[in-house]
Design a protein around this ligand. Structure first.
Ligand SMILES: Cc1cc2nc3c(=O)[nH]c(=O)nc-3n(C[C@H](O)[C@H](O)[C@H](O)COP(=O)(O)O)c2cc1C
Length: 169
């Protein structure tokens, strides 16, 4: 008997200017790989294509908030992918991590619209990580994400990858 084909895995798609979202995405990928070694792909939004999204079983989007919404590279990926994938991702699990200076709500709202449009299933509440960067100098500085937030991202990655591998969704 031929073994069953592996289920499509988790795609963690991220962008980052000053390293915060990147660190969170990496933590999520590490958490996911600990649980399901071959079940996760970490991909920068700039390089990601609609085909990459279509090939995955579920999603973790990790983006900074800029000017009240998702960062440009994430928006560009959504703009390139939204209509090609409309009606093709329905029911797949997805989650969101936003790295923001002080807010994050606009990005949660915008990404919520994308999730709804694609019919994605919100697998976990959004994680909003506030860096506290308010001045130009602080905003432009490399970000260090607190350990507990990195752990929370790792737990989210692990839960998504495990759920996908077990066919929970
Ligand atoms: C052009 C620009 C616009 C920003 N706009 C917002 C904003 O609307 N709300 C907010 O909370 N933070 C805002 N920030 C702060 C970033 O979200 C914050 O620095 C975050 O840590 C960036 O994530 P990254 O380290 O992954 O690039 C802005 C930063 C930049 C560079």
């Amino acid at each position: 008997m031929t073994p069953a084909a592996p289920r499509p895995g988790l795609l963690i798609v991220w962008c980052s200017h000053t390293g915060g979202s990147q660190a969170l995405a990496r933590a999520a990928a590490q958490g996911a790989r600990r649980e399901v070694p071959g079940g996760v792909r970490l991909l920068g939004a700039r390089r990601a294509t609609p085909a990459d999204l279509l090939a995955a079983g579920g999603y973790l989007f990790v983006t900074p908030e800029t000017l009240g919404s998702m960062a440009g590279q994430m928006k560009d990926l959504i703009d390139r992918s939204y209509y090609p994938l409309l009606g093709r991702l329905a029911g797949r699990p997805a989650a969101l991590i936003v790295c923001a200076g002080s807010d994050g709500a606009g990005t949660v709202r915008q990404m919520g619209r994308v999730f709804a449009g694609w019919g994605l299933r919100e697998a976990a509440p959004p994680q909003v990580v506030i860096t506290g960067a308010q001045t130009t100098q602080a905003i432009m500085a490399r970000k260090r994400i607190a350990d507990d937030r990195l752990r929370a991202a790792a737990d989210l990655g692990r839960a998504l990858a495990l759920g996908l591998s077990m066919g929970v969704w």
